[in-house]
Design a protein around this ligand. Structure first.
Ligand SMILES: Cc1cc2nc3c(=O)[nH]c(=O)nc-3n(C[C@H](O)[C@H](O)[C@H](O)COP(=O)(O)OP(=O)(O)OC[C@H]3O[C@@H](n4cnc5c(N)ncnc54)[C@H](O)[C@@H]3O)c2cc1C
Length: 399
């Protein structure tokens, strides 16, 4: 079979664009497709207002692919992960525990960046890679595979031949469905609100997760802007409560969020729109098929706790890059696809199960169980070796 491209990437979200840069930097001929044009300004309609905290291993991958140079000056480092239990009868901090990156490393745990800016800067990097084509406005629509290669049908009616199809086309992945790979899904009746705020107290590069009921309220540092201290917020609650919060006038919303944040950084002021995200855990039955590798939300969706989602996705990508680098002539063959599934599927299942347990613990509303959660946090924290292992696992440095 004559191939038009070595790799066709279905999906130009943050995961798909990063994959295009990483595989392009390896010298492969890459085509990346997305039916939706990327939105690269915060104020534009449809902008992704979430932020992503890149943990150490993910940052290393971005640096190797020449992306980090574009991002470093926009990133806020995260030096401390603070867990606050505010699960008593009144919303006030009753247990505060700090996980300090200097306990395990000279580097910060991670670096936080807005998603719309990631798209802008990764596209700038792709512009410097002549072997990478990014086509916005065209999606993938069909998949035909043989042992020797794959033929991908596109929404403009054309077809391309490739050695490997990389599905990074989101939680309803059309390529995963075309290959007949099923998923197992857990629903929580929960949603997340994502927005940014300013606050009078500096965050001091501390990421703070406040637990009460309904899910965590997480403040993640952003760089100061025009003399104001800023953070990104992800606030998880039961679905109907989130819809109600999203519809409130700004002043009423600020009063609710300040009650929930326990004013840990002083009174918060809303700086952006509020976007609403449904929360599920979902894992694909396999991470690969014939000439097909699934990555990111096409393979796994987890609640936004501990900054695991996209970081797991970059773990998928690193694994695939290493396999391709070790045996470029075998790119996408049956052995490589089996190796990829073996290396990633179990790890993804274990991590998804851990995040699911944390999320359910954070959702509980019964007072005695909330009290038990506070005791559990204290016990985990008190044992220094356990604390360090937890931190390394959180980074993805330990499975
Ligand atoms: C509130 C919130 C906060 C989060 N915070 C963090 C964090 O701090 N750290 C972290 O690691 N993760 C975080 N995550 C998770 C992270 O945002 C996701 O893992 C990531 O954005 C998903 O990226 P993706 O590229 O897989 O999917 P998507 O962003 O859904 O991209 C999929 C793309 O595929 C395209 N597509 C659809 N159909 C087709 C087709 N037929 N052909 C081609 N393309 C197609 C879509 O248009 C889309 O652009 C968070 C998630 C949420 C909900």
């Amino acid at each position: 079979m004559e191939f038009d491209f070595d790799i066709v990437i279905s999906g130009g979200g943050v995961a798909g664009l990063t994959a295009a840069a990483v595989m392009g930097a390896e010298g492969f001929r890459v085509l990346c497709l997305d039916p939706a044009p990327p939105v690269t300004e915060a104020s534009a309609e449809g902008a992704d207002l979430r932020t992503t905290a890149f943990l150490q291993p993910a940052q290393a991958l971005l640096a190797e692919a020449g992306i980090w140079d574009h991002l470093a000056s926009h990133a806020a480092p995260l030096r401390i992960m603070r867990i606050v239990d505010a699960g008593g009868p009144e919303p006030e901090p009753r247990v505060i525990r700090d996980f300090d990156s200097t306990d395990i490393s000279d580097l910060p745990f991670g670096w936080n960046l807005p998603n719309w800016l990631l798209r802008r800067e990764i596209l700038a990097r792709l512009g410097a890679l002549p072997n990478v084509t990014f086509r916005a406005g065209t999606g993938t629509s069909s998949l035909f595979t043989r042992e020797a290669g794959a033929i991908v049908g596109l929404s403009d009616g054309t077809r391309v031949k490739t050695r490997l199809v990389l599905a990074a086309d989101g939680r309803n992945s059309p390529m995963r469905q075309a290959a007949g790979i099923g998923v197992s899904t857990r629903r929580y009746g929960q949603k997340a609100l994502a927005f940014s705020v300013s606050h009078p107290l500096p965050h001091e590069n501390v990421s703070t997760e406040i637990h009460r009921s309904g899910g965590p309220f997480t403040l993640v540092p952003l760089p100061d802007h025009e003399g104001r201290h800023r953070s990104a917020v992800v606030w998880m609650e039961d679905g109907p409560r989130v819809q109600q919060l999203a519809a409130l006038e700004v002043e009423a919303f600020e009063a609710e969020m300040n009650r929930r944040s326990c004013e840990i950084l002083g009174p918060l002021s809303l700086l952006s729109r509020r976007s609403v995200w449904p929360i599920i855990t979902q894992v694909a039955e396999h991470m690969s098929g014939e000439r097909l590798a699934l990555m990111a939300e096409a393979a796994h969706v987890v609640p936004p706790i501990g900054a695991q989602g996209l970081n797991m996705s970059l773990g998928d990508l690193r694994c695939l890059r290493d396999l391709a680098r070790a045996a470029p002539d075998r790119l996408g063959d049956a052995r490589m696809m089996a190796e990829y599934d073996r290396a990633r599927h179990r790890e993804v299942q274990i991590r998804a199960a851990g995040i699911d347990a944390l999320n359910r613990a954070s959702q509980i509303s019964a007072q005695p169980l909330r009290d038990l959660r506070a005791v559990g946090l204290d016990a985990l924290y008190a044992a220094a070796p356990v604390r360090k292992v937890l931190m390394q696992m959180g980074l993805g440095a330990k499975g």
